[in-house]
Design a protein around this ligand. Sequence first.
Ligand code: SF4
Ligand code: SF4
Length: 277
Amino acid sequence: MPESESATENIIENSPHLGLDDRFTFQCDRHLDCFTQCCQGVSILLTPYDVLQLKRAQGLDSSEFLEGYTFVMQSKEKKIPAVFLKMSGERQTCPFVSDKGCGVYAHRPWACRMYPLGMAEPKDPRQAAQRFYFPIHEDLCHGHGLGGGCTVREWIDNQGIEPFDVNQVSFRQLMGHPGWDQAEALAPDKLAMFYMAAYDLDRFRSFVFDTRFLDLFEVDEARVEALRTADEELLDFAVDWLAFSLFQENRRMKLSKSARARGVPEPTVAAPAEAPL
Ligand code: SF4
Ligand code: SF4
């Protein structure tokens, strides 16, 4: 996987742009001499849904997973935390790889599923027609040109990428929000709020249920029940809340009647003091 933003930009510029029905020829095989070479010396940016999948694979809660397996860097562009998989040792090896391959294969991140394809899309991910894909050729990977080939669409199906795309639409929409262009760097409490809601889902769940959060917002009963146990629903809710809190964009968040009656102003809900940033 490409190691930096500038490497990615270079690849995008110099690679063919593929649509869903375009073909490319590639085959990954455990008998290749490059087997698992792609799992070291790489930088893997995790999406909120990747974190959800990996904490599930490890049987950990989100705080434990983030603490043990990730590190945070500030995204230059948007001045917000970006979460990366923590590599280890001299060769910067993924913690999940062994000589048998990927130890979290069923839960592996989006970037690992897509490789050797990259994807570029407009700021609003709902404009899917403008999205394109591009092959990533790296010396370390010897799978290019092998096998009978497939379309991009077949690759996406075979790698189980659809749920990762579906569950990321609203987050990607949030990341493409025009408000970021004007925004100053987020204040520490908002940074912590962003990190908790997007990545530290189990802590966000406590925040929803163990504070007066549900007195402030009107959330229908069925959704409240789903938020207790369904991580995917909670992530969706977290993104709604972030859009509301950061950009006053009202997706599905509504102040409760009692909050309005009490004259509660538009919420800027403080994140817990022990937030890790
Ligand atoms: S998660 Fe799996 S596929 Fe991705 S780098 Fe780690 S071992 Fe390789
Ligand atoms: S072919 Fe490419 S993706 Fe497959 S194991 Fe080798 S380096 Fe990794």
